[in-house]
Ligand binder design. Structure first.
Ligand SMILES: Nc1ncnc2c1ncn2[C@@H]1O[C@H](COP(=O)(O)OP(=O)(O)OP(=O)(O)O)[C@@H](O)[C@H]1O
Length: 578
């Protein structure tokens, strides 16, 4: 019902104490209100002078207003806290996502992440606003009322005391049924979000395969399932509200009957009897209020759990082990028996990798598909953490991983499809160097071979590109990535992960020409299937099933029969640019 992690939120405890104090005062107001009303009614019943009724009526009016003013005050005390907490949570979630990188988004699903960060946090807001106040109301108000009733007539107090846990038990049973429905509903919601984003992303492929209609049907089916799950949760929620209302009303009626008998037997006077009868509905009110909002809190609880689960994912530690560092001709990187196992994978994807590279060298990484080239590049880029620390060293310093800020300031990563942000072409190019002058951006674009294309654009460098804007071809996207690298001369480590894999031969040949000058005076790791690149490399790492099976200069490797020569023979058809 209540997530314990809630009490770790900064600032929650003093607020809970304040709410408790307000609630105690409110309970007293409820008692004063009931008492004053009963005094007035009994006065009328006894046909007393109207003047004697004015004071209790006024007390009733004041306590009634105070009671409701305190409800407003409780919300006023709590709302700023809830708003700040959920605002901070949204910010922390975004920061955490940036720190964790794409793996967490892949695992949780893009659609789910988007809905979690937007709607999910709103649901958490509703949850926080309702849950604390309602639960505290259940924990304080009925007991203050009960003590007062016991003071007036112990028999009715005992009946109310016994019936309360029965109602709570009943609520728990219905609540558990609603919880499992709500869990399924939340799963359905997650599935729907991911399915929708997935369909949008794959729209091109689906259209090409003529499957878009079938997939639209799929999205419809998932949303129908979600609707049904929502309706069935609501049905349980409504049934439980109805059942609770029925039982509490029945309990009040039983109290009324007891009081009626006691009155007839002369065991109680009219004033205490009427006070008890007026207080009985207020005794049950907190439970009824809680049950009414239970469904909304369930959704919020699930959303809170999902957000807190992401916030609690451990981050890579020790990112600042490497102090000031610049890659230059004397620098070195050493892998000494490095292995890497993906989470949930049964065996290591990379095993026993050892190599030692110094200064400005171009290192080709080759191997069949699935041999671990991208994984090795990601490990070098610091996006993945090796199984054991201290097997990688930079300039002789052993490091737990390469997710070192100082190392990452030195490197530029260029994947198969570089990501283009929804921004101008100029902003996309000056991504690593936001303060670069127009002149330097133009020079970088010139070196990357973008100038002719830019001339054809309506707003030149100021043209918006990226999602939701002008389309950019695969070759142009690669050139933009190159321009980023040309612009940032300080980053002397380049990590290429099959940058030309999905370009046609002509585009690749033209791009290669512009790319080669960039590779000079840098440390380059270049994972590729296209073996013609190997001629430009100084050193080659040959991967096979996650192992580094051969390494050396291209000439050394070509000089004898081995994995390298076999790979070249197998991929002979791809030597078009040799
Ligand atoms: N996130 C992941 N979780 C678990 N296993 C993964 C993950 N990413 C890759 N793998 C597995 O690791 C192995 C190596 O994959 P990797 O992408 O590094 O190979 P590759 O040589 O770059 O292949 P390709 O040339 O086809 O891109 C594959 O068996 C792949 O299924």
């Amino acid at each position: 019902m209540i997530d314990r992690r809630l009490f770790d939120f900064p600032g929650i405890k003093p607020r809970v104490v304040m709410i408790a104090v307000l609630m105690l005062i409110q309970s007293l107001m409820i008692i004063i209100q009931a008492r004053a009303l009963s005094v007035a009614v009994v006065g009328l019943w006894n046909q007393q002078a109207l003047a004697t009724i004015v004071v209790p009526t006024a007390i009733f009016a004041v306590s009634f207003m105070c009671r409701h003013a305190i409800t407003v005050a409780q919300n006023r005390v709590f709302y700023p806290f809830v708003e700040k907490t959920t605002g901070d949570m949204r910010e922390r979630l975004m920061t955490k996502l940036f720190r964790l990188g794409p793996s967490i988004v892949e695992k949780t699903g893009t659609g789910n992440m988007v809905t979690m960060a937007l709607e999910g946090i709103d649901k958490v807001q509703t949850y926080l606003m309702l849950i604390i106040i309602k639960i505290m109301d259940m924990g304080i108000t009925p007991w203050v009322i009960l003590i007062y009733i016991a003071f007036l007539q112990w028999k009715e107090a005992i009946f109310l005391l016994i019936i309360y846990p029965v109602i709570i038990l009943f609520m728990i049973i219905l609540g558990l049924a609603a919880q499992s429905k709500a869990d399924r509903q939340y799963e359905g919601y997650t599935r729907l979000s991911n399915n929708f984003v997935d369909t949008l992303r794959g729209l091109g492929t689906l259209k090409q395969l003529g499957l878009s209609k079938k997939y639209a049907g799929n999205v419809y089916q998932v949303s129908e399932d979600y609707r049904k799950e929502t309706m069935s949760t609501l049905r349980i929620a409504m049934t439980s509200t109805f059942a609770l209302d029925f039982f509490t009303t029945l309990s009040v009626a039983v109290v009324a009957v007891f009081l009626g008998f006691d009155l007839m037997d002369g065991k109680i006077l009219l004033l205490p009897a009427l006070t008890i009868l007026t207080l009985a509905p207020d005794y049950f009110l907190p439970v009824r209020n809680f049950a009414n909002d239970y469904h909304a809190t369930l959704n919020g609880k699930n959303a809170l759990q999902a957000v807190l689960d992401v916030l609690e994912v451990p981050e890579t530690k020790d990112r600042d082990e490497l102090k000031t560092f610049t890659w230059d001709e004397n620098a070195s990187i050493k892998f000494d028996d490095v292995s890497l196992t993906y989470d949930e994978a049964k065996k290591p994807t990379l095993s026993h990798i050892s190599f030692d590279v110094h200064g400005f060298r171009k290192v080709g990484i080759i191997g069949a598909s699935g041999s671990g080239k991208s994984t090795l590049i990601n490990l070098i880029g610091g996006f993945l953490t090796p199984d054991k620390p201290d097997h990688i060293s930079l300039n002789g310093q052993k490091l737990p991983h390469l997710s070192q800020e100082q190392w990452q300031f030195n490197s530029i990563y260029i994947p198969q499809s570089p990501y283009l942000f929804h921004a101008t072409l100029r902003e996309n190019v000056s991504f690593y160097q936001p303060h670069a002058t127009l002149q330097t951006v133009e020079t970088a674009c010139e070196k990357a071979g973008l100038t002719d294309w830019i001339k054809t654009l309506p707003d030149g460098l100021e043209t918006m590109i990226g999602e939701g804007s002008r389309g950019v071809s695969g070759g142009q996207a690669q050139r933009i990535a190159l321009a980023r690298a040309f612009l940032d001369d300080k980053r002397r480590v380049l990590l290429f992960d099959e940058p030309t894999a999905h370009l046609d031969i002509e585009t690749e040949a033209a791009l290669k020409e512009d790319m080669l000058p960039l590779l000079d005076n840098r440390l380059v790791f270049f994972a590729t299937h296209r073996l013609h690149w190997i001629n430009q490399m100084d050193y080659v790492l040959v991967m096979d099933h996650g192992k580094l099976v051969e390494q050396g200069t291209p000439a050394e490797l070509a000089a004898h029969e081995g994995p390298y020569t076999r790979l070249r023979a197998e991929m002979g058809g791809l030597h078009a640019l040799d």
